[in-house]
Design a protein around this ligand. Structure first.
Ligand code: NAD
Length: 313
């Protein structure tokens, strides 16, 4: 795990709490922080269902790791514009990926640093790994926020809700309302048959999910529990070879009408990384939103790729 700030340390805690991995190595440019987190986390291990070895390490430890997760970087709240964050995090992330690859790493690269879709693309480019071995957390957290709000509204367990937020992990994300089902029943039928529910509430829920990070940031600062558990969920799908379909940042090559970007889509996740992308039948409005989201990512990506090429010259 590279980056032991709010996101990295919460992710580590989620992993040990649920005994997902045998070992966790913490790497941070602030080595004292990583060492302190490792000590603190180790004191939680006696209460876990099975032991996890945790220590502060360096990039050599990545050589035989199954997964390297990058959560290092600056966050939006520390920077004025999204582009400045993207530029700074591109430098940080690509330098880290180079160090990871120099170790001889040949596992799965999992990216959480923001803007996550763009950082995932950059990591793939710099790593030279096959695209299926590089994934980002994509819209897994946004989908969790959406499903949580829907669960409260319909008063059902979130496990009975099949719904997705797709696109950019950012402002242009959108819900695939046309395919949303609650307990196997399509949302359209549910609203038609029950006067308690209405479309404007469903639309409002998607807005609340999209705005959640801003509100949390206003209320308490950085967000980390949701993303910590999301990364744990993805790691479990990889480690346990689950073939789980999860909304991650995956490389599209014609799927949803887009090419050559990493973007939030449902994809099959197992020990080999992500495999096929599941193409939901989007309606016209959803297709338009997907395209807007893809265009936003391409716009952010273009100057960063130029910056990367200049650095290489
Ligand atoms: P943080 O500031 O608490 O932690 C960042 C850590 O990265 C620090 O410990 C810092 O020392 C380390 N770091 C910085 N540069 C480094 C480098 N070159 N090498 C090694 N370590 C380095 O930040 P945080 O709240 O943990 O957020 C981390 C990232 O996660 C941010 O980019 C944030 O936007 C992102 N995030 C993503 C999601 C998501 O859904 N994908 C959700 C929340 C936060």
């Amino acid at each position: 795990m590279v980056g032991t700030g709010f996101v990295g340390s919460t992710f580590a805690f989620a992993l040990l709490n649920q005994s997902v991995t045998e070992e966790i190595v913490l790497i941070d440019m602030n080595s004292k922080k990583a060492e302190g987190e490792a000590m603190d986390l180790n004191h939680a291990v006696p209460f876990a269902s099975s032991p996890t070895k945790i220590w502060q390490g360096d990039y050599n430890d990545c050589r035989d790791a199954n997964i390297v997760c990058i959560t290092a970087g600056v966050s939006q709240s520390e920077e004025v514009t999204r582009l400045t964050v993207a530029e700074k995090n591109t430098k940080i992330t690509t330098e880290i990926v180079e160090c990871v690859m120099t170790s001889g790493f040949n596992g799965i690269l999992l990216i959480a640093s923001n803007p996550v879709d763009v950082m995932t693309y950059m990591s793939w480019k710099v790593s030279g790994l096959p695209k299926n071995k590089v994934l980002g957390s994509g819209t897994i957290l946004d989908t969790a926020r959406y499903v949580h709000l829907l669960g409260s509204y319909f008063e059902v367990d979130t496990k009975n809700i099949q719904g997705y937020i797709l696109g950019e992990h950012g402002d242009s994300q959108f819900p695939v309302t046309s395919q949303l089902t609650i307990g196997g029943q399509n949302i359209k039928d549910l609203i038609q048959n029950n006067k308690k529910y209405n479309w404007s509430d469903i639309d409002e829920i998607a807005i609340q999910a999209q705005q959640a990070a801003y509100l949390i940031s206003e209320l308490k600062g950085p967000t980390y529990y949701g993303i910590g558990m999301s990364l744990m969920r993805l790691t479990r799908a990889i480690v346990k070879n689950e073939n789980a379909i999860l909304p991650i940042s995956a490389y599209v090559n014609g799927e949803y009408g887009e090419r050559d970007i990493y973007i939030g889509v449902p994809a099959l996740v197992n020990r080999n990384g992500w495999q096929e992308i599941y193409e939901l039948s989007l309606n016209e409005d959803e297709h338009r939103k997907f395209k807007t989201s893809a265009d936003t990512l391409k716009e952010t990506l273009a100057p960063l790729l130029k910056m990367l090429n200049q650095d290489e010259v």
